[in-house]
Design a protein around this ligand. Structure first.
Ligand SMILES: Cc1ncc(COP(=O)(O)O)c(C=O)c1O
Length: 455
């Protein structure tokens, strides 16, 4: 069969060469950055409202991280973690473990979030096999949710639209409804409903087949930063204890952002068995993910059949040097407490915007992980009609008002539409105020277009 090639308008050598034209045509070309600001090739100065995808936690050009990277590259650029140990690996894992606290004792490093989640699943499966529990393979996730883009994690995402693309290629997780608070009678009733679904699921598949419950303790882009009632997290812990399943917290978005080191710290009564980190850990300076367990968990694997699944870049020395410097910056500059303080200011400003922009139905989140839900009618919480993508419309208009927004529609808007606000943790009062005034202008400019879509 002969494939026809079509001549394109212009050659594209960037990653978006594979994207749908509707997306790639509108993408700005960024040429430089400093702190929370980016400069594009049209001379526009943009505030990085979501730190990329909740990632560039220290902003652009952090001197301590850059120096650490260069020093490590000169001293020892790479050796393979399957065959050698490095000081860079030991120092990073110890620094991270000390910041996270007791119970977060052992660190397995990867190149990103999807890999970290896959490693978590592979670890609990290995433990189950070592214990003679070969029937344990059922993974429970939330609808909606997001855990990654590898073939395994694609099957775990709570995204029915994207999921339909992969068919039998993926192993599907069992989904229970996420405890979404906005349209529920109360956060506690949303939690109770989700837990009742989990109980029904356990009764259906059988407790001894349950391998893991994998959740974002506070949601990211897939739920518009849904903050569940603490009873949800506590209920998951109880059910995992009863069934012998592992509780895995995906903190790839939430770590360092929500006013505590981990989102798990908001519910100290319910600790996970495994925690995954990525994004803000490498902060954009190096690809980095981590799968973190207690010493007991790691020892059980090491003392039985062992866990040696690896990728060539796991614990790469330069990534480790970056990670150590990022964690040291977060610790030494008190960025967790700073995120709480800046988050209060940003949230206050968003609450004010809600007063005069009826399209803001809900303001939610914690610390510097916030979202506004976009609605057609705030009184009734009615979403925008299917076929309208309000966040995408606003995102394009925002570029003309000095904001780089991040939003990615999941489930075709079935659970709602939102804009995410999660700037670099280093943001100061002045930049928060500027962000808010630019957002005000953006929403005002977007209103006629969005009202038009409702007619
Ligand atoms: C909650 C969550 N988990 C996992 C991932 C996957 O991380 P990565 O893109 O680094 O593979 C993401 C990425 O958006 C995420 O938001």
């Amino acid at each position: 069969m002969v494939h026809m090639t079509t001549r394109r308008r212009s050659a594209s050598y960037t990653q978006d060469a594979f994207f749908p034209r509707s997306v790639s045509d509108a993408m700005p070309t960024v040429v430089s950055g400093s702190g929370v600001l980016l400069l594009d090739d049209r001379g526009r100065e943009l505030i990085d409202v979501c730190a990329g995808p909740f990632l560039a936690s220290l902003g652009q050009g952090n001197a301590r991280v850059i120096d650490a990277m260069a020093r490590q590259a000169r001293e020892l650029s790479y050796v393979y973690a399957r065959t050698t140990r490095t000081r860079a690996n030991a120092e990073f894992s110890r620094t991270l473990s000390e910041l996270l606290g007791e119970g977060y004792d052992r660190v397995h490093l990867t190149s990103g979030g999807s890999e970290a989640n896959e490693m978590a699943i592979k670890m609990v499966r290995t433990r189950a096999v070592a214990r003679g529990e070969r029937d344990r393979s059922v993974v429970v996730t939330l609808m909606p949710s997001y855990h990654g883009a590898t073939v395994l994690t694609l099957g775990y995402n709570g995204d029915d639209v994207a999921g339909s693309l992969w068919g039998d290629l993926t192993v599907e997780a069992e989904r229970i409804p996420a405890p979404l608070t906005y349209r529920a009678p109360s956060p506690a009733s949303a939690a109770a409903g989700s837990l009742a679904s989990l109980d029904a699921l356990i009764a259906r598949v059988g407790p001894t087949r349950l391998l893991a419950v994998l959740v974002e303790p506070i949601g990211g882009q897939s739920s518009g930063v849904n903050v569940p009632d603490p009873s949800f997290i506590e209920g998951l812990r109880v059910r995992c204890d009863e069934t012998g399943a592992a509780l895995i917290f995906d903190e790839i978005v939430t770590a360092f952002r929500t006013g505590s080191v981990l989102a798990a710290d908001h519910v100290p009564s319910a600790r996970p068995d495994i925690t995954t980190l990525a994004k803000g850990l490498g902060a954009g300076y190096a690809p980095l993910g981590a799968t973190i367990t207690s010493a007991d968990f790691a020892d059980e694997l090491a003392d039985t059949i062992g866990f040696t699944v690896s990728h060539s870049y796991d614990a790469a020395p330069i990534s480790c040097a970056v990670g150590t410097a990022v964690v040291a910056e977060i610790r030494d500059r008190g960025l967790v407490a700073h995120a709480a303080e800046m988050g209060r200011r940003l949230r206050c400003g968003l609450d004010d915007l809600r007063e005069h922009h009826p399209m803001i139905g809900d303001v939610r989140g914690r610390g510097l992980l916030l979202a506004i839900e976009l609605v057609a009618d705030g009184e009734t919480a009615t979403p925008f009609p299917a076929g309208t993508d309000p966040a995408e419309t606003i995102k394009q208009i925002a570029l003309e008002h000095g904001l780089l927004l991040y939003s990615r529609r999941q489930n075709a808007g079935r659970f709602g539409d939102w804009l995410l606000l999660a700037p670099p943790l280093i943001i100061d009062e002045g930049s928060i105020d500027l962000l808010l005034s630019r957002l005000d202008d953006t929403l005002a400019a977007a209103t006629p277009t969005l009202n038009g879509a409702l007619r």
